[in-house]
Design a protein around this ligand. Structure first.
Ligand code: SF4
Length: 280
């Protein structure tokens, strides 16, 4: 049994939180540069160039790329042959978030209760999804998820008879309703199947896949391409200023579901599509 210390997790999580805030992944930057070349609208091009400049300033000066430094969301793949010493995985992640957001002077965006709205003051608790896998490593996937895009996300229990066309129509409707409010250009995460809560998780999980990486199933990959094309024909454009780059990418994850159900979830991510990964 391999041992991983609580302190090691705290340090790694703190670094991930800070890096996510100022260092946009290469996949997102490449998508911005590619979009500038294909964007049909001058306003759209202008916004994309501003986003590139913003990302460069954030990287150079180590300042957050957006005032909304997000909810810290983790997917932890923990190997069955590793053991965490000195405390629980969830506590270590939360302590790392507190340290990372505190030492990085990142905005604290979490309230302790949705009704009394009192800020917890350290951006905890994080949202932590834990999966047990084979092996002796701990893989942490982290995203700093912006509130604006999360607010425009949606889930619907479609009927099986709605079929593929019903799924596509629903996804396009959600992006249309979001308009500029989800801070496009977007990464559109889609979950199809599972049950009510699993479907929402699938949509979230899909956002951790790098931009440009297609689903391994050819049919799902074709659906991702088709949805991206249709979304980019909506005309919303970068920051809602009009144009042909409403989505940088569309990600779809699919799982088994009940014979009477067709759950579909759309989790929108904004242009500050911040995700980091570390293996301990
Ligand atoms: S949704 Fe994204 S881009 Fe918009 S304010 Fe929040 S983090 Fe920033």
């Amino acid at each position: 049994m391999r041992e991983i210390t609580y302190e090691d997790i705290v340090e790694k999580v703190a670094s991930m939180c800070q890096e996510a805030s100022y260092s946009l992944g290469e996949d997102v930057l490449n998508a911005f540069h590619a979009a500038v070349k294909t964007e049909a609208s001058d306003n759209g091009k202008h916004v994309l160039n501003q986003l590139i400049e913003n990302a460069e300033i954030a990287e150079t000066e180590h300042v957050p790329m957006c005032q909304d430094t997000g909810t810290a969301v983790f997917i932890a793949d923990i190997g069955q042959e590793c053991h965490i010493t000195g405390g629980s995985l969830t506590d270590a992640i939360n302590e790392g978030v507190k340290k990372g957001y505190g030492e990085g002077y990142l905005r604290n965006s979490i309230v302790r209760d949705p009704l009394d709205r009192k800020n917890t003051g350290d951006n905890t608790p994080a949202i932590v999804h834990i999966d047990f896998v084979e092996g002796n490593q701990l893989k942490l996937h982290m995203t700093a998820k912006g509130g604006g895009a999360e607010n425009m996300s949606d889930l619907k229990m479609l009927k099986p008879s709605d079929g593929l066309q019903g799924i596509k129509d629903y996804i396009l409707d959600i992006v249309k309703v979001a308009g500029p409010n989800a801070c496009p250009p977007l990464v559109v995460g889609v979950g199809i199947g599972g049950n009510f809560e699993r479907c929402a998780f699938l949509a979230k999980k899909s956002l951790f896949r790098p931009i440009g990486e297609r689903h391994q199933d050819a049919e799902i990959a074709a659906l991702e391409n088709e949805l991206a094309e249709e979304i980019n024909r909506l005309g919303i454009g970068p920051q809602g200023m009009g144009g042909t780059t409403t989505a940088l990418d569309v990600k779809v994850e699919v799982e088994a579901c009940h014979i009477a159900a067709l759950p579909v979830a759309v989790n929108l991510n904004c242009h500050a599509s911040r995700h980091k990964e570390v293996t301990l």
